[in-house]
Write a protein that binds this ligand. Structure first.
Ligand code: ARG
Length: 616
């Protein structure tokens, strides 16, 4: 509807003009510019909400850390480690040794009914599965997972097909047995099994490293990993749990569901499921009569079997992987055999941090010094190891390589933000065929819209008063400053917060009353039609007193115009961001400095001397 109005406003276009022997140009009429400005303003508002949310999250993390430190100061127990990347921090279960793992809270143990089921189901009592986690892509739950150590979650590799970017994923930990709220932790690294085959689901296993290890104060606890490469005997009743669908193509469960399923022999599995079942890395479990099974959305979740003894423990033997329908007669569910991957798991979880390329999250959280430091102290240590020369000669090239990767990560994260903005713009302008291709699939609200709805309390903390958060957060109370000494990890979080405020300053600093985008002119070069039917255009736009000129592509026919407008909005945002960065750093920002020349920098219209003024 909105789009239809927009298109009506557009037609007829102003006359094409010939500029002193130069190519023909066409201006979009004022009515179109107005409509574009109105949409731009909405996108700006959404971008500001998103920035507030991001800053807010870290502010909460900081508060949480402070809170933890205050708590641990009162006891004789050592303070928990800092809330920053600490891949090799003290693990709850130090693999491969079995630690305090696989213990379920009292009162939840005997409740797993023999005939409860995920398909059709029975709800698990709160906190019954302390290792069960949820993997969220852009805030949307997609798979289950199993906590196997303080910083590690085991899940199915197929969950990441098409979305391997760790910056997009978070993990929700188990809730407490009194229903205490589950914590959401960002993902630091995704390690799919190197031999995972997405066609056959062979080796369907991935390790996910959490950004912060789970704290002992919370409800989350790791499950035990098998110590031998063999499962318990056929017929053993093991447990499955998850939030997956209640029946094939059905809705997802609102609370965790659980069921007991017997392990089946490799022969039975092969007969039931055919050659797709590869017993070397898959096992199957369930009832040939059907009715009780895992289902879509349960993937990555646990299949655990109890080990009896003085202290009963749950051991993880399977990770939910695939099935032929859900709960169909003769079609048991298929699980990745965890026991045969014991060595790979152990190797990955105990690898030295410097043996892996730093993750984007690590690099983005790192404040690179001007000059290379002792490489071992930075996330760049990995690159120093790669360098063939003597350590002294390696510091600089390693630092450079590391900075380069950091810039790629910045672009990746920026690309993600822009894509989300594009999706936001798509929602505002209505779906167009071209847009669907651009902002692929996932029909869901942009994360900032969802999140601000889901975390009203967090939003409010930053929203009282009309000023943006950037102006409020840097202030530290004196007592907080004092506590930093006794609270490891507090300072890095403060720095992270300051950095985040810096990167979002361009939008956070715009007071809400000036949060309006104003498209002054879109001038299309009629001689520059591209293969996709778009024309090169110069765009002049203003935001809260700042003006930018940037180059873009615009369509001049109904369909192509509709397709090009959201992208213009995104480019305008990018131009404002770059212009603000440039103002903050007159030497030129590190990212996209070259692009910037062509996009947002010019303060005068590059073509204006050659183009005749528009007729009234
Ligand atoms: N592949 C599914 C998922 O991604 C899990 C299916 C399990 N199906 C079954 N019948 N057990 O969630």
């Amino acid at each position: 509807m909105l789009l239809a109005v927009l298109l009506l406003l557009l037609l007829p276009l102003s006359d094409p003009r010939l500029a002193h022997g130069h190519p023909l140009y066409m201006r979009l009429p004022p009515s179109t510019l107005q409509a574009l400005s109105a949409q731009g303003t909405k996108v700006l508002q959404a971008a500001q909400r998103s920035a507030l949310w991001a800053v807010n999250r870290v502010a909460m993390e900081l508060q949480h850390r402070l809170h933890e430190c205050r708590g641990c100061g009162n006891t004789t127990a050592p303070c928990p480690g800092p809330g920053r990347p600490r891949p090799q921090g003290p693990l709850l279960q130090d693999p491969p040794e079995p630690g305090p793992c696989g213990e379920r809270p009292p009162g939840t143990v005997n409740v797993t009914r023999a005939h409860g089921r995920i398909v059709g189901g029975s709800a698990a009592p709160p906190g019954a599965w302390p290792w069960l986690v949820r993997l969220l892509l852009g805030g949307q739950p997609l798979c289950g997972g199993v906590l196997v150590a303080a910083s590690w979650v085991l899940t199915a590799a197929h969950c990441f097909a098409g979305a391997p970017n760790e910056l997009l994923w978070t993990v929700t930990l188990a809730e407490g047995s009194r229903g205490e709220q589950a914590e959401e932790v960002p993902v630091n690294r995704i390690l799919p099994h190197p031999k995972f085959d997405p066609r056959t689901f062979h080796n369907d296993l991935a390790l996910v490293q959490l950004w912060t290890p789970v704290s002992r104060a919370g409800a989350a606890r790791p499950v035990c990993l098998p110590q031998r490469p063999r499962e318990p005997p056929t017929g053993t009743a093991c447990a499955i749990a998850g939030w997956g669908a209640l029946f094939e193509d059905g809705p997802e469960a609102e609370a965790v569901r659980e069921a007991r399923v017997p392990l089946l022999s490799a022969d039975t599995c092969r007969r039931a499921l055919g050659p797709g079942l590869r017993p070397s890395s898959m096992l199957c479990a369930g009832y040939l009569a059907g009715g009780i099974d895992s289902c879509q959305g349960d993937s990555g979740g646990p299949l655990t079997c109890s080990e009896t003894g003085p202290r009963p423990r749950e051991v993880l033997y399977g990770v939910t992987s695939w099935g032929d329908g859900c709960g169909e007669p003769g079609k048991p569910g298929v699980y990745t055999r965890v026991a045969v991957f014991k060595d790979w798991l152990q190797e990955q979880m105990s690898a030295a941090p410097s043996s892996r390329e730093p993750s984007c999250r690590e690099l983005l959280a790192w404040d690179p010094p001007e000059e290379p430091l002792a490489a071992a102290a930075t996330p760049c240590a990995f690159y120093a190891h790669l360098c063939p020369g003597p350590p002294g000669a390696c510091a600089r090239p390693a630092h450079q390589q590391c900075l380069q990767r950091r810039r790629r990560c910045e672009l990746r994260s920026l690309a993600h933000t822009l894509l989300e903005l594009l999706r936001g713009a798509q929602e505002l302008l209505g779906p167009r065929p071209g847009m669907r291709r651009l902002a692929s699939a996932l029909a869901r609200p942009a994360p900032w819209l969802r999140e601000s709805a889901r975390h009203p309390v967090r939003e409010q903390r930053l929203h009282p008063g009309s000023r943006a958060a950037g102006a409020r957060f840097p202030k530290r109370r004196p007592e907080q400053r004092g506590e930093a000494n006794g609270c490891p990890g507090l300072e890095p979080l403060r720095q992270k917060l300051a950095t985040l405020q810096g990167t979002h300053a361009w939008i956070l600093q715009v007071p809400p009353e000036h949060l309006a985008m104003d498209f002054h002119e879109v001038l299309a070069d009629l001689g520059s039609k591209t293969l996709t039917g778009l024309f090169r255009a110069w765009v002049r736009a203003g935001l809260g007193g700042r003006h930018v000129v940037f180059g873009g592509l615009v369509g001049l026919e109904q369909a192509t115009l509709a397709r090009s407008l959201p992208r213009l909005l995104v480019q305008a945002l990018q131009a404002f961001r770059l212009a603000a960065l440039e103002k903050a750093e007159p030497e030129g920002p590190q990212i996209g400095a070259r692009q910037e020349r062509g996009l947002g920098r010019t303060s005068h219209h590059p073509l204006s001397p050659r183009v005749p003024p528009a007729r009234p």
